[in-house]
Design a protein around this ligand. Structure first.
Ligand SMILES: [Zn+2]
Length: 249
């Protein structure tokens, strides 16, 4: 293998570890975010339950006020029953009184229902308050665990970046640019070993990255030249490991 490809392969080994550290780092940071969102959602739920209680209370207040004024009316009608002069008049007032009482009983039912609903919402609020306390406690736990993990990963990342810097010095500028470009789009997965299939020529060649077959031209060129060749299918940089004598075409 040529010097440049060899240096790139060393860089690849570090780059893969870096990508792994980045993945762990992201999932550790994400864990805190996920739990924080759960706490936020529960708080929003509690707030909306609180608003529901207030709305029920307001409505119940209005119903009670209406009931009160209607009861006053009932009392007035009762008194006027005593002052009616004719049977017809009496019957008319009595009908009015009964219909008013029926309406009032509907209003009382409504008031009762509103109170029951308020109680139900309060029970839900208590439950959500409990869930918030639990979720907050768990959030603290996740934060602490993640903090330790994140510190450890940051140290690993710093060490690997230092190693990467040293390894990159052995790769010429142009190939290094290509390497970095692929590394950034493929999460550090830049190079692919050429796999050789068959015991004697003609061999078949596959890309070790995507497992698709590649032309013998790539392998033939890499046997003698230190150059950058890409898999036609996945775009990884191809390399050929030292072959046994039987594999030489
Ligand atoms: Zn490929």
């Amino acid at each position: 293998m040529g010097k440049t490809l060899e240096a790139m392969l060393a860089l690849q080994a570090i780059e893969r570890q870096l990508a792994e550290v980045r993945r762990h780092f992201n999932s550790s940071s994400a864990a805190v975010g996920v739990q924080q969102r759960r706490v936020d959602q529960l708080n929003e739920r509690l707030q909306s339950l609180h608003e529901e209680v207030l709305a029920h209370q307001k409505e119940a207040g209005a119903v009670e006020l209406e009931l009160k004024s209607r009861e006053d009316e009932v009392n007035k009608l009762r008194l006027s029953l005593n002052t009616t002069k004719t049977n017809k008049e009496y019957a008319a007032v009595l009908t009015q009184l009964n219909s008013l009482k029926a309406d009032n009983s509907k209003l009382e039912d409504k008031a009762l229902k509103l109170m029951q609903q308020t109680d139900q919402v309060r029970v839900q609020s208590d439950e959500v308050t409990k869930q918030i306390a639990e979720a907050r406690q768990y959030l603290e736990h996740v934060k602490q665990t993640s903090a330790g993990e994140i510190a450890r990963l940051e140290q690993m990342r710093a060490d690997l970046e230092q190693k990467r810097k040293i390894a990159a010095e052995s790769v010429p500028e142009k190939p290094l640019g290509i390497f970095n470009r692929i590394a950034s789009t493929r999460e550090g997965d830049v190079m692919a070993r050429i796999g050789i299939i068959g015991k004697k020529p003609p061999f078949q060649y596959i890309c070790g990255g995507c497992n698709m077959s590649i032309t013998p031209e790539h392998a033939n060129a890499l046997r003698t030249r230190d150059e950058i060749r890409f898999c036609d299918c996945c775009g990884r940089i191809l390399y050929l490991e030292k072959e046994t004598s039987s594999q030489k075409a």
